[in-house]
Design a protein around this ligand. Sequence first.
Ligand code: SF4
Ligand code: SF4
Length: 65
Amino acid sequence: MTKDWYPIIDYSKCVECLTCVNFCPHGVFEAKDGKPSVKNREACVDMCKGCEKICPEKAITHASK
Ligand code: SF4
Ligand code: SF4
């Protein structure tokens, strides 16, 4: 089953502060070569917007169907 709620990073806005990586308590993000990436979208909690709110650049949005 494909998860339909997960974060999407807009890399044109991201400043690689890694706040999102350190913030999410569910291990959805990982840091890869100093950049955040979404490694485990299945672990994202439906309707959570924690990382979206905490990103200083508003670079995170969420997919939803
Ligand atoms: S919190 Fe926002 S700006 Fe910082 S690494 Fe994550 S997506 Fe990029
Ligand atoms: S929405 Fe919540 S659970 Fe999903 S990645 Fe962001 S902080 Fe983690």
